[in-house]
Design a protein around this ligand. Structure first.
Ligand code: GRF
Length: 203
């Protein structure tokens, strides 16, 4: 039996936030049961914060520099998530490791998107252009994007959905980044659609 789930998302982003934008655009339309309750960035210049404000979503800059240690910062983040009624977390290009307290508090309710076909090209150092450069260097014929659950092990949570694309002749890391990013946008929305409709069952 499918169990529908209302998602109140806390989104974390560090840079441009184009995945966040794809989610914001789909909320209330393709994603009738999904809303973004707040956006948090470790980077005060992140365009994601601006995207959130434009969409009328509370946006917060939270950085370790504002706190004594990771524990205090995690406490503050948890406070924000709880006071905004967040029941689900999406990482949208968040360059910091999520604190274990937050991972435990939202266990099975945190997802991330990765610009490759995990478990290949994941783990430490595999972010941004490094991923696409490594894929091309290895002579792969296919790559793609992965949405996975986040657990304490970096990039190792169970895969929820993947989409594959073929690598073209003459492909550069930049062209690959752009093509994979397009895939990411629709894959992230599709995953949220399947989770909120109960088609993907979370643990
Ligand atoms: C994406 O490639 C995502 O897979 C990775 O970081 C990038 C974020 O892009 N985790 P954007 O900020 O959503 O445009």
């Amino acid at each position: 039996m499918k169990t529908e789930m209302e998602l109140r998302i806390g989104a974390f982003a560090s840079h441009g936030g184009s995945n966040l934008q794809a989610i914001l655009d789909a909320c209330g339309n393709r994603l009738p049961k999904v809303s973004v309750a707040l956006v948090i960035s470790n980077n005060s210049d992140s365009f994601a914060l601006e995207r959130a404000r434009k969409a009328g979503v509370p946006a917060f800059h939270v950085s370790l520099r504002q706190y004594q240690d990771q524990e205090q910062m995690d406490e503050a983040i948890l406070g924000l998530l709880q006071s905004h009624g967040v029941n689900f977390i999406t990482l949208c290009g968040y360059m910091k490791k999520m604190g274990n307290r937050i991972i435990d508090a939202y266990s099975g309710r945190i997802i991330n998107i990765h610009p490759a076909l995990l478990p290949a090209y994941g783990g430490k150092g595999m972010f941004g252009m490094h991923v696409h450069e490594a894929v091309l260097r290895a002579g792969e014929t296919r790559t793609g994007a992965t949405v996975h659950l986040v657990n304490r092990e970096y990039d190792q949570g169970p895969v929820l959905l993947q989409e594959v694309i073929r690598i073209r002749k003459g492909e550069t890391p930049e062209s690959l980044r752009d093509r994979v990013l397009q895939v990411e946008h629709r894959l992230y929305v599709k995953t949220l659609e399947k989770i909120s409709s109960g088609e993907i069952r979370l643990p």
